[in-house]
Design a protein around this ligand. Structure first.
Ligand SMILES: Cc1cc2nc3c(=O)[nH]c(=O)nc-3n(C[C@H](O)[C@H](O)[C@H](O)COP(=O)(O)OP(=O)(O)OC[C@H]3O[C@@H](n4cnc5c(N)ncnc54)[C@H](O)[C@@H]3O)c2cc1C
Length: 434
């Protein structure tokens, strides 16, 4: 197979998006993935929630821009996929405001600054609109063996922020495949069952990759989009030592439960982020509920050394997450049989992604996506294509960060926000909410 002028390692939703944007910009990307099809890595496990609030202005602006793209997804991917296009379900989103919640105050300010539409609901409005929620304060989140678990006092939450344009994508694997087909239509090629085992280098810059079957693929530019494997790939390239932001695989469980019997989630269900109980949920077709965790301080985080070797069975964490959401939705039944998914985030120290060049000329990375970058895949692809093109034209992004225009919302992103050498974003929620 002929080699292109850029090799993208990883055909997840972000790798496929980068390939699509590079191909549109005139590159000839070759995407290699060790799995048999696109989107089969962590992308396929994604809850695929799309919301615009992050702790940083840059993250929020990126998500708000991406929301506009999801709204016209089939057009964006140029109707190129014989399987049809993934569908964006605009359910709306609630961010529960517990008590004196500094994160909610920060989000209110960032959303106002960016111009993301939202409504502030007080507790009466919440009770009127969503009578199936228990609005007592439960926080701070506890473990079931701690005193006070699931015990509410008299006090109620203060209210919630409501974001009408949030939602989720019905089929994240299909979304990656849509991007693959769109990239192919612009000349990208995909090579599956192809595991990168070495990063080739010569004369002080990257020179391509080697595959586990012994094939050598030369290329002057390589992009690491290996998801939870990206840290290992950076170590192969020898670029990890000079990064100030660490990123590591983190094991996560997501519960799929029958929804509460008294609520029609098809019409009333919405994405709920709730730091007071320590969880999030969103509706799923068939009146089901998808439930995840917001990493409350009482929970141990399970960091993984080898992303090919971790426990994929459900643990007590599954039950804990379901029980926490049942505090807010008391009619939620918890079945004896666990179902859902066990998968890996590639979590960075501040839960904000790394979209950057590296100290090895020609080698770039889009990693540390921290369980929250599915929604941003369209913009991640476009900004990486701009970053790569600008750096390959001789620009020093470390000295003078590239600025990236967001055409749908008219803002400009300083890509230094996603640098591998940044200082940790202290305002982060240090959770999947970013
Ligand atoms: C349980 C879970 C829930 C999530 N929920 C949400 C959510 O609700 N909203 C949201 O915005 N984000 C969410 N995310 C995050 C989001 O899904 C990820 O950020 C996104 O899918 C990452 O895409 P990617 O292309 O970077 O990585 P991946 O999809 O992991 O793709 C990486 C690819 O690289 C390949 N690869 C790895 N090593 C090699 C190698 N050596 N050679 C060749 N190929 C290799 C893998 O096979 C894989 O296909 C969630 C993630 C998880 C795990």
């Amino acid at each position: 197979m002929a080699s292109g002028d850029v090799i993208v390692i990883g055909a997840g939703v972000i790798g496929c998006s980068i390939a699509f944007e590079l191909a549109k910009a005139g590159w000839s990307p070759v995407v290699v993935d060790k799995l048999p099809a696109s989107g089969y890595g962590s992308t396929s496990a994604s809850s695929a929630i799309v919301r615009s609030f992050y702790s940083t202005e840059a993250g929020s602006a990126m998500a708000w821009e991406s929301t506009q793209v999801w709204n016209r997804w089939a057009d964006y991917v140029e109707h190129a996929d014989e399987r049809g296009a993934a569908v964006y379900r605009q359910t709306g989103c609630l961010l529960i405001n517990g008590k004196d919640d500094a994160f909610v105050s920060l989000i209110r300010k960032v959303m106002t600054d960016i111009g993301v539409p939202f409504e502030s609901w007080d507790v009466d409005a919440l009770a009127r609109k969503l009578p199936w929620l228990d609005l007592h304060l439960y926080g701070p989140p506890r473990h079931p063996d701690e005193a006070g678990f699931a015990e509410a006092g008299e006090a109620l939450v203060e209210g919630a922020l409501y974001f009408p344009q949030a939602g989720y994508v019905n089929d994240p694997q299909l979304a990656a495949h849509n991007l693959q087909r769109a990239a192919e239509a612009h000349g990208a090629t995909f090579r599956f069952n192809a595991q990168v085992s070495a990063i080739r280098q010569s004369n002080g810059r990257v020179d391509g990759v080697e595959l586990a079957d012994g094939t050598s693929l030369p290329a002057p530019v390589v992009v690491n989009v290996g998801g939870p494997h990206s840290g290992g790939i950076n170590r192969l390239a020898g670029v990890d030592k000079t990064m100030t932001v660490r990123h590591r695989p983190l094991r996560k469980e997501v519960c799929y439960l029958p929804g509460p019997s008294d609520v029609d989630l098809e019409s009333q269900g919405l994405f709920i982020a709730d730091m007071d109980v320590g969880g999030y949920c969103r509706p799923e077709t068939g009146n089901k509920l998808v439930i995840g965790s917001t990493e409350p301080a009482c929970d141990d985080l399970t960091w993984i050394d080898d992303p090919d070797d971790y426990n994929t069975a459900f643990s007590n964490q599954w039950t804990v997450q379901a029980m926490r959401m049942a505090m807010r939705i008391p009619t939620l039944g918890i079945p004896g049989q666990a179902s859902g998914t066990v998968a890996l985030y590639d979590a960075s120290e501040d839960w904000i992604p790394i979209y950057d060049r590296s100290d090895l000329p020609g080698y770039y990375m889009a990693c540390g996506t921290s369980g929250n970058q599915f929604k941003n895949a369209p913009v991640a692809g476009a900004l990486m294509a701009t970053l790569i093109g600008t750096c390959e034209n001789g620009h020093d992004h470390d000295q003078e960060p590239v600025l990236f225009d967001l055409p749908e919302t008219g803002r400009t992103l300083d890509l230094g926000n996603f640098s591998r050498r940044r200082s940790i974003h202290r305002e982060s929620s240090f959770s999947v909410l970013g």
